[in-house]
Each structure stands twice: as C-alpha cells, then as structure tokens.
Design a protein around this ligand. Structure first.
Ligand code: MRU
Length: 343
C-alpha cells in the first residue's frame, strides 16, 4: 500500500481514488474537465485539505490544456474562470485557496501560451511533491513527540495517504511512530456524518496491519477514562495566526475531553494549512453541508422524513486546548505558529 498515491497526474488529466466509494469499492476515476474536478471536490471523491489543494491546482492545468487558447489574455481569462469555479467548491481548507492563488499568480505576460501552460503544470506538480515531502517531515517531527513506547493514540477523521499526496499528516505521524515500534494501538473516531474515520482511516490502518479500534465519536471520553490514551493527533483544514485550528467536526469536542483527562492534544499540519491572513478562529469560514448527510446513512433514512438537521462540517479548536502544532518545520506552541511560515 505504501506505493499507492491518492492522486496521479498523467499530463492531461488527474487520476484519483474515489474516496466516496471506499471501503466497499476501490475505484480510480480520471478527472479531465473542469466540471469533473469541481464535482470531485464538492462531492468528496477527493477530500482532506492538502489533497483538495493539489487536485484544484491540477484542475486549472487540465482546463487550460483542453481549451484551445491562442493569446495571453484568453489564457488568463480561462485560468481565472477555472480558479473561480474551484474556489467555490469547499470553503474551509485554506490549502485550496493558496494552491489556486499560486497557480494564478504564476502566469507571466512575457511568456508564450505554451510556455505559460508548461510553467503552470510544473507549479501544480511542485505543489503535489512539496506536500508529499512535508508529510515525510511531519512524520519525523511528530514521532519525536512520542516519549513513551507502546503508546495508545487517538485520532479523528482521515488524515492519511488518502488525504494528502504523501503518508499523511496526523496519521503520517502515527505511521512513522509505528515503524519505530512506538505504537501499541490506534483508536479511530468514526467521524459522523461522512464517516471518514470508519471508512477511510480504518481502511488505511487495517491495510497496514496496525492494531486499531474503531470507536463511535461519543465513546472518546470513556476510552480515555477506562483504557487510557497517551496522545491525540488530529489534522487541520485552516490554522489561524493565533493558533486556533479548524478541523473536522468533533475535533473541538475531542480537545475538551482531552483536557479533562490530561491527554496531550497535537495538531499535525503542513505550513500550507496556515492562513497568514486569518487572525483567529472566529474568522475561519465553516462549511455547512447538506442536511441529507445527517438525516441519512448510506441512503437509509434515520430520522423522520421532515426532520430538520444542521450539518457543520468543521469546528474550531481554540489554541489554548492545543498542546502543540506539528509542521514540517518543527513543533510549535500554537501561539507561536507564525514562526512556521516566517523565513
Ligand atoms: O471534510 P474532509 O474529509 O475534507 O475533512 C478532512 C479533515 O478535516 C482533515 O482532518 C484535514 O483536512 C486534514 S487532512 C490531512
């Protein structure tokens, strides 16, 4: 499984693993048209902050490669159109907006159309490879945090190879520590309503043969109380400059419980997830998804037909509940996270 990549660029299209179908079906899907990239991100065939950014970058390149533009102005117009379409797919993960800005800002008026297309393709591949390398470094930095052999660790959502182009963020730390013989067991929260923990994290962990238990989201407290958890590692979708962190819905609740039981609570994220323009968690846009995701499970209605539901996809963990933020550049106190993006 270590050779599997969540996304491959074939020079015209991106080939992804359809995460909406896992674990029942392992299906690869080829994304070529702008609307295919848009749909894949919106419908969570691809998901996870770093992977969303990478997919969007390839989406712009695939679009301009397939639109027969002749002049710089037409090319710029098509790039801007693709960027606008992809910006509207998901609001919380800042990696999406950063990757799209980087692609857009790489256009150069002095270059020919072909040279510009080649340049943008190179940048998209660079974003992909940089994310892969940052995962490797986060894995190393995070494993050093684990001071106890035979650690029991807990995580939420899916932050593994499926969510990135490398080994993952929080799950990448767990993989690296496991290779060093430091992990006894992993406790994965199922992560209602889309069940990334049950469907994707457990799929990754069982493929790798790492001892693990799936628990319901509301079992986190009793597991900390009765079994004992040594460390919690979670991912991030956007980190504000004061260290407040948006991640999958339920992360805030997990951090509160961790504080109650004195469990170190680490956020693991590449610097591409830090938003230098966001002062604090109140300014992070939180995605609200369709209420049908809450009212149904795998197409089966679980609430009265006309019930209302709220579907917050993310929440914000205040910096004071976070022990440290593990990045590719080291481990930072949340209020010092600015250092991770300064030269
Ligand atoms: O809605 P999702 O599945 O895209 O949410 C993913 C998460 O919240 C992850 O924890 C985060 O993106 C980090 S992934 C390495």
């Amino acid at each position: 499984m270590s050779e599997l990549r969540s996304i491959e660029w074939d020079g015209r299209c991106a080939v992804i693993i359809n995460q909406a179908k896992l674990p029942g079906l392992f299906e690869r899907v080829r994304l070529c048209g702008l609307n295919e990239f848009e749909d894949a991100i919106k419908s969570m065939k691809v998901r996870g902050a770093p992977l969303i950014g990478i997919t969007a970058a390839y989406g712009v390149v695939a679009h301009i490669k397939s639109s027969a533009v002749q002049s710089f102005d037409d090319l710029k117009m098509e790039v801007e159109r693709a960027v606008e379409v992809l910006r509207r797919t998901r609001p919380t993960a800042v990696n999406l907006f950063k990757a799209l800005e980087r692609i857009k800002n790489s256009l150069e008026e002095g270059l020919t159309v072909e040279e510009n297309i080649r340049k943008l393709e190179k940048i998209a591949i660079e974003i992909d490879r940089e994310e892969e390398e940052m995962c490797r470094l986060m894995g190393q930095n995070g494993a050093e945090v684990i001071k106890k052999a035979d650690a029991r660790v807990m995580t939420i959502c899916n932050t593994g190879f499926l969510a990135t182009s490398g080994i993952g963020t929080a799950l990448g730390v767990i993989y690296t520590a496991n290779e060093m013989g430091m992990i006894k067991e992993v406790y994965a929260l199922e992560t209602r309503p889309v069940l990334q923990g049950a469907r994707l994290t457990m799929w990754e962990l069982t493929q790798k043969g790492i001892p693990s238990y799936l628990i319901t989201d509301n079992a986190a407290a009793i597991v900390m109380e009765r079994i004992g958890i040594d460390y919690i590692f979670v991912g991030a979708d956007r980190i504000a400059i004061n260290g407040d962190t948006a991640n999958k819905i339920g992360t805030f609740m997990l951090a509160i419980i961790a504080r109650r039981f004195g469990v170190p609570f680490y956020v693991v994220a590449p610097s591409s997830t830090i938003d230098p323009n966001c002062p604090d968690g109140q300014h992070i846009p939180i995605e609200m998804r369709d209420k049908e995701e809450v009212l149904n499970v795998f197409g089966c209605q679980i609430a009265p037909r006309d019930a209302n539901a709220l579907n917050y996809a993310f929440d914000v963990t205040p910096s004071e509940l976070i022990t440290g933020i593990i990045t590719e550049r080291g481990v930072f106190k949340p209020h010092e996270i600015k250092k991770a993006i300064s030269d």
